[in-house]
Design a protein around this ligand. Structure first.
Ligand SMILES: *Cc1c(COP(=O)(O)O)cnc(C)c1O
Length: 366
């Protein structure tokens, strides 16, 4: 069988979730498991977390229904609400909680008769300028929802544009708008994504919404003592399937982008962009061969990539190759580091691992 496997360490997932909770002991933290739990497998991750979390967050009702089908009974928040009023009977039947970010959603909700009131998170735009009511409209919508029989447990929700940045100027501006609004409404808050959970205690509300940190990626521009305790959940591992010696000056792969600067040994690894490994990976992108760092040499192909193993003496056919995550010898290659070489972020690498790659779950130990 093809050796490429995404190993998913569910103990690490629980560890990272507990770390998020310890950052914000006064808040409840829902686990964001949208986009198939950032590529890790939503049902398996939800099952591993269900005994510890008060709720889950997903992007849409399709994702929420898949969790219910997988046996998940905890509350599930639709972070973008419903996309169509026709979803409301399903929202009601499965007791989903909904974000509401637009006037048409408020109208649809108030025209609906649920079997019991629906928990609603009113989303305001405090500066992200993507979804949410304008700050000036928010109080009025809040009053309307708070007196509606269809609505339970109303919360104010917003999202930060720059919580990951070392410079807190814009974050502080968003926070000031939110505090002014929430103070006037006496509204319970749900604001913090992973970076705000980690770096901005002022943003911790009734609820927080950590996502990427649960999977062990550090979302902060500058690592902190806490982010250094995060453990990678996904380890994308494959093997060397062929080796060859090249003379100095010989090119490798499509377009001959990499040329041997000396006599070199090149390993061919079973992983490529057809698996979701980023084709933008530059020469020099790190990989671990038998737990030792070496680097990609040549363009990534659909099913294969090539690595310079000239200095890895024990590299052989069948040697373990870690594209990110943890090697068998305990060495770690952070997905964040690989992302920098691909001119992207960990989110796209993790969510980009395609269905062709089997996920293998290491069951939680307790
Ligand atoms: C995805 C998402 C989150 C989680 O963000 P991370 O950066 O992964 O922690 C939080 N809130 C909302 C509304 C989201 O869509």
């Amino acid at each position: 069988m093809r050796p490429l496997v995404a190993h998913i360490d569910l103990d690490a997932l629980r560890h990272n979730y507990q770390l998020a909770c310890r950052c914000a002991p006064e808040s409840r933290s829902l686990a964001v498991i949208k986009a198939n739990a950032y590529g890790h497998g939503a049902v398996a991750c939800a099952q591993a977390l269900e005994s510890q979390v008060p709720a889950f967050g997903v992007a849409c009702i399709e994702e929420a229904l898949a969790l219910r089908e997988g046996g998940i009974t905890k509350p599930i928040v639709l972070l973008e609400g419903f996309f169509d009023a026709e979803e409301l009977p399903l929202v009601d039947r499965h007791r989903f909680w909904v974000a509401v970010h637009s006037a048409w959603q408020v109208d649809a909700l108030l025209a609906f008769s649920p079997s019991q009131p629906i928990p609603v998170w009113l989303k305001v735009d405090s500066g992200m300028h993507r979804l949410g009511f304008e700050l000036e409209q928010a109080a009025c919508v809040w009053q309307r929802l708070s007196t509606a029989p269809q609505v339970a447990d109303l919360h104010l929700m917003s999202h930060f544009a720059t919580a990951d940045a070392g410079d807190g100027t814009y974050f502080t501006r968003q926070m000031q708008h939110l505090q002014a609004l929430a103070g006037a409404l006496e509204a319970p808050l749900c604001l913090a994504n992973s970076p705000a959970t980690l770096a901005w205690p002022a943003a911790h509300g009734d609820w927080n919404r950590p996502g990427i940190m649960l999977y062990g990626s550090d979302p902060l521009e500058i690592a902190s003592d806490t982010t250094r305790k995060l453990r990678p959940v996904m380890s994308l591992r494959s093997e060397i399937i062929a080796l060859r010696e090249l003379d100095e000056g010989e090119p490798v792969g499509y377009g001959g982008r990499w040329r041997a600067p000396r006599r070199s040994r090149i390993a061919v690894v079973a992983a490529g962009y057809g698996d979701g490994y980023d084709r933008h990976a530059a020469d020099g992108t790190p990989v671990l061969v038998n737990g030792q760092r070496c680097a990609i040499a040549g363009k990534v192909s659909m099913d294969m990539l090539t690595v310079d193993v000239t200095d890895i003496e024990d590299a052989a056919i069948g040697s373990e190759v870690v594209l990110w995550g943890t090697a068998s010898n305990g060495a770690v290659l952070p997905v964040d580091e690989v992302a920098r070489y691909c001119d992207t972020i960990s989110y796209t690498l993790l969510t980009g691992v395609l269905p062709r790659v089997p996920r293998r779950y290491q069951a939680p130990s307790v």
